[in-house]
Design a binder for this molecule. Structure first.
Ligand code: GUN
Length: 317
């Protein structure tokens, strides 16, 4: 059977010992109830990468160490950061949280923190949780991180490597995790129409670039896109990162499409939901669930990125 691997964006992770499993047996795949649509299980794949990270840390004798800078009191950011630090602790890795109240935060103060962490050889990864308060210059704070400690792949130096088809830098965790998920389930990409709803620096833009690197024909859709439904209905692969609950309805979905949901919201009943209405699954061939889809993959790739940086820096804890 023809497989998607090696994935170009996986080159660096592979050089550092990480492997994407190949789940090519359709009979073994979990389906969404009452449909023929395969669940792209981020929960299962993230567990695989957590185990690989633990094994590799042992054989490299380096305990990866992440420091997170959390500014302000945004409740969603708190939940995300707590999930990240918990995952690192459970893997036996180092994770430290520096909290700065919004009222005390200035661009200069946060840059000072970053400089201190840059100079600390026990820190392999620096993560500045976004969004930062409006009065802070986020680009200037992120720009203070040295390239080799960027675990988010947000620095222009790393984005530039991706944009020019060089896979030697850190890649943004969410799209990187989506690519690994597609590869694990052997979803074919070359020549396919991929529509990415959303153009953020964190997800949308790098997602499109990674799909392009696998020869997809990529369309970016966003809040000013005309006839969103018609654009989405052309998609063989539809990535919804719009930040709008249940935006994607069945009439947006081409029969047999692959659906990737990057959204995380609560519906009117308080239940977790994504950007994609679950009624779409009966038309799709593969779909990522919310929760247990892209969310755990983002954290797993943060772990992978931190390991890669740690092996690269070769600084034992
Ligand atoms: N805010 C939302 N997602 C992310 C992420 O992946 N990294 C950082 N640093 N901030 C975020």
């Amino acid at each position: 059977m023809e497989t998607l691997l090696p994935l170009k964006c996986w080159t660096r992770a592979q050089q550092h010992g990480f492997r994407i499993p190949q789940w090519t047996d359709p009979l073994a795949h979990e389906k969404f109830p009452g449909t023929n649509c395969t669940v792209l299980s981020g929960q299962k794949l993230s567990e695989e990468f957590r185990n690989q990270a633990k094994e590799l840390a042992k054989s490299n004798s380096i305990k990866p160490n992440l420091t997170v800078l959390l500014v302000g009191e945004d409740p969603a950011s708190r939940v995300y950061v707590s999930n990240k630090t918990k995952t690192f602790a459970q893997a036996g890795f180092g994770s430290h949280l520096i909290e700065v109240p919004a009222a005390e935060a200035t661009t200069e103060l946060l840059q000072k923190w970053v400089h201190k962490l840059n100079a600390d050889p026990s820190v392999h990864g620096i993560l500045v949780q976004l969004p930062l308060p409006k009065h802070v210059d986020a680009a200037a704070v992120l720009g203070a991180i040295v390239l080799e400690k960027d675990v988010d792949g947000f620095l222009p130096g790393n984005v530039g490597l991706l944009a020019t088809g060089q896979f030697t830098g850190t890649l943004s965790c969410t799209p990187f995790g989506v690519m690994a998920l597609l590869a694990a389930y052997n979803v074919s990409l070359a020549g396919k129409n991929a529509v990415v709803i959303g153009r953020s620096n964190i997800v949308g833009k790098p997602m499109g670039l990674m799909l392009l690197s696998e020869d997809c024909t990529v369309t970016y859709a966003h809040s000013r896109t005309q006839n969103l439904q018609g654009v989405c209905a052309q998609a063989d692969i539809l990535v919804a990162a719009a930040g709008q609950a249940l935006l994607v309805k069945p009439e947006f979905v081409k029969p047999g499409a692959v659906l990737i949901d990057v959204g995380m919201h609560r519906d009117s009943a308080g239940k977790l939901c994504g950007d994609i209405d679950p009624d779409c699954f009966s038309k799709a061939s593969f779909a990522s669930p919310v929760p247990k889809g892209v969310g755990p993959m983002t954290i797993a790739m943060l772990l992978v990125n931190t390991c890669i940086n740690a092996w690269g820096q070769g600084k034992a804890q």
